[in-house]
Ligand binder design. Structure first.
Ligand SMILES: O=C(O)CCC(=O)C(=O)O
Ligand SMILES: [Fe+2]
Length: 221
């Protein structure tokens, strides 16, 4: 029988795993687990100030994913188009500041992905209920900076495509605590999320009850 108290071959390894999905893109499995409590507490506080809402596309269609933001800039969409705003159009107040733990996680994830130092100034917070999906798109923002995207709650299948919308997509399962990072030559890859399936939440928390939360860090301009 294995002696549970003896050192194992894994000793010294980080508690996460890096899987390459491009030359400058990777999935960091379990990378955000260390920040789990901080992230959930802060998201709950943020949504008191800037609640989740369903934005409209420039074409007038309501988006399935509910969104809010923190940081110097927030991603917004309405009849006037997609853009980053310094204030929340709902309240006319600045978006809530980015909590230091968020910025630290994003910076450390970019470092773990071997990308240049990253200091995000925008964090889009997405809430998916069961059945909600996000169609293939490229991310706006300053393309000299990477995207760091954190998954919490229900698992999801991330669609990872190429530089053209019509390129083939890979299906990457994402779990609570996984982080996807894409920058450099991979920064403009198309991506999306398949409809989130019903399931048991990996951790008991009101934000994650039957829901998936995603934090997407960017540099807006
Ligand atoms: O929810 C996700 O995993 C991806 C979100 C995303 O692509 C975005 O907010 O631009
Ligand atoms: Fe995106």
């Amino acid at each position: 029988m294995q002696d549970l108290f003896s050192p194992t071959a894994d000793e010294g390894k980080p508690p996460w795993e890096r899987i390459a999905i491009g030359r400058q893109a990777c999935v960091l499995r379990g990378f955000a687990l260390r920040w789990e409590n901080d992230l959930l507490r802060q998201v709950q506080e943020l949504v008191q100030r800037a609640p989740f809402r369903h934005l409209r596309t420039p074409g007038g269609r309501q988006m399935q994913v509910a969104m809010t933001n923190c940081g110097d800039f927030g991603w917004y969409s309405d009849q006037r188009g997609y853009r980053y705003t310094a204030t929340d159009p709902l309240s006319s107040q600045p978006w809530p500041p980015m909590p230091p733990a968020f910025a630290a996680l994003a910076a450390q994830a970019a470092e773990a992905a071997d990308l240049p130092p990253f200091a995000p100034n925008a964090c889009l917070i997405n809430r998916y209920s069961v059945g909600t999906r996000l169609t293939l798109h490229q991310d706006e923002g300053d393309a000299r900076h990477p995207i760091v995207s954190v998954s919490l709650g229900l698992p999801a299948i991330f669609l990872w495509g190429g530089d053209q919308r019509a390129d083939a997509t890979q299906k990457l399962p994402l779990q609570h605590g996984d982080v996807v990072v894409w920058g450099g030559v991979d920064r403009m890859r198309y991506h999306g999320v398949m409809p989130v399936k019903e399931g048991a939440s990996p951790v008991a928390h009101p934000l994650l009850d039957g829901q998936r939360i995603n934090l997407t860090f960017r540099h807006a301009s």
